[in-house]
Design a protein around this ligand. Sequence first.
Ligand SMILES: Nc1ncnc2c1ncn2[C@@H]1O[C@H](COP(=O)(O)OP(=O)(O)OP(=O)(O)O)[C@@H](O)[C@H]1O
Ligand SMILES: [Mg+2]
Length: 266
Amino acid sequence: MEPATLEIRDLHVNVEGKEILKGVNLVVKQGETHALMGPNGSGKSTLAYTLMGHPHYQVTQGDVLINGESLLTLSPDARARRGLFLAMQYPISVPGVTLHSFLHAATSAMRGYGDKAQTGARGRLNAHLIPMREFRKELNENLDRLKMEPPFLQRYLNEGFSGGEKKRAEVLQMALLKPKFAILDETDSGLDIDAIRIVSENINRLQQDLNMGILMITHYQRLLNYIYPQFVHIFYGGRIFQSGDASLVDVLEEKGYDWVKELATD
Ligand SMILES: Nc1ncnc2c1ncn2[C@@H]1O[C@H](COP(=O)(O)OP(=O)(O)OP(=O)(O)O)[C@@H](O)[C@H]1O
Ligand SMILES: [Mg+2]
């Protein structure tokens, strides 16, 4: 199968009436890894949320497409079904919903079990869910790989999770949903040194298995030592200021963003 393409075309976005994204252009193909780096408040998370279809973010111009099909009128779950996944910088907690039931429901929905329930498939109760035996096997394999303990699944989603636990839970979700494109918004933040290695190994494995395209938002070179980006983009003032290869990371480590601020004209 031809690798899929995620295209961001001249994207302008308003938040609370203020323009935050000012013409973002980017093409990510399946199998590619792109790193997006930029100062605080430059609009990186705004881009991530907009791609996923968060209702707060109003697209005023431009388009987002997968294989030429615009996503803009699609709900977040329809975008997920097209193969898009977002690991949030600040995952929200959902008291009352366990991590296990959330993962079971989300994975089932992504694989079309909800559709089967509507047509009354096999007249079975819970026809909208993947059979537990099948799901448990896959879940346990991924727990193992992420070095997470099974009792953790009975906790309410993100409720009281440590910073690192939240990030691991996001990657667990990604492993089950098997996206074509993963947007990872500071998935390294809050991870200790061992956790960075474990999480990165899992992301790399998923990328190989699924031929995933990755858009990785990060502030630190550290993560990029584990997940190698072929493309690096400097994000500034609501748009991509400069793109290059991995050597651009060294430039940023050495010089910071002052030179970008000087050269960028708003
Ligand atoms: N819901 C909102 N209401 C008001 N302002 C917002 C909202 N969401 C984002 N912004 C503003 O948009 C700008 C960009 O924020 P964003 O979170 O995208 O930055 P970022 O590049 O991800 O920063 P960081 O590196 O700190 O995560 C900021 O000035 C922020 O305050
Ligand atoms: Mg952010």
